[in-house]
Write a protein that binds this ligand. Sequence first.
Ligand code: OSB
Ligand code: MG
Length: 368
Amino acid sequence: MKLEAIELRRIALPLVTPFRTSFGTQTERDILLVRVIGPGAEGWGECVALMSPTYSAEYVDGAQHVMQSFLLPRLFEAGEVGAHEVAEVLRPYQGHRMAKAAIEMAVLDAELRTAGRSWGTEMGALADRVASGVSVGIFDSVPELLDHVQGYVDEGYVRIKLKIEPGWDIEPVAAVRERFGDIPLQVDANTAYRLGDAKHLAKLDPFDLLLIEQPLPEEHVRAHAELRKVVRTPICLDESIVSAQSCVDAILMGAVDIVNVKWGRVGGYLEARRIADICRAHDIPVWCGGMIETGLGRAGNAALAAHPAFQLPGDISASARFYAQDIVTEPIVLEDGYVRVPTGPGLGVTLDHAFLDEVTIKSTTLRP
Ligand code: OSB
Ligand code: MG
């Protein structure tokens, strides 16, 4: 499409409940939305970077800065750009994958809306609904955790993921396993351990977890291969997989049993789909991670997770898991533990412009 203008809009959305992880507590989100406008076409993207560089190096102010100073000027210079060309056009700039992913998402949304094609078609989706898991934060006490997990189980989530860190691991996992029987259960450490903790992490083995997600730091890929020799629970990588290339390398290094696919972390939905295809060819199961997305990213995630490589329930919870009100008029809802894959053109959801204006902090429009 020919890009006539790009709006960068910052919105503030409070979370319904604080979300505590080993890298900090989120109580609200400051989200950067990207709106691309061309002749008779419009598309929206969402940048999943958090407010501080604690999950990964990216953060929302940095994402907006790199877009305004480097990525968008280059995109405008390219003139006519298709969604499948965005990554190539932006390649001279290193990293900043969440920023690039948001731009590509907006262009792809505009393109698919114009063509009347759905996100699922583009992602290779085969299913019309996907299993919905929920990511549960760290709490001050086990009884508090059990109350929250009970609430999610009552809502129908088919898989529970517990955030863990040193000092909050074996005991909460044992308590949830004991109270909820054989419910599908997994944990996410967000890099909080070191290889020296291998024997401690092996104490999770008796609880029949689906997987341990990213126990060691992002660059410690080979150490995960070592960890796999000590721990029986399957090892899943999140932060370490930043591209299709790093995914192939991790697989060939024997560092990973299961891959968490996040479109923002890997630079876009198109790269995420490539990773799904690669993992399928290597018989590595994948599942769709989440970055506390709004209904825009949630709709895209539901479509991505309908690709046949996705064999485990994703962190694709209902909008209400995090937000009292979503910015789309069709919030993602849970139906018998599943989330429906949108079928309309593009992301298949419509923005609630009145609400969007209410939560907007600032908006900047750039032109060629
Ligand atoms: O590691 O999966 C993660 C949220 C923000 C940043 C990183 C992660 C998460 C989650 C929540 O676990 C996933 C979600 O439901 O959106
Ligand atoms: Mg994770």
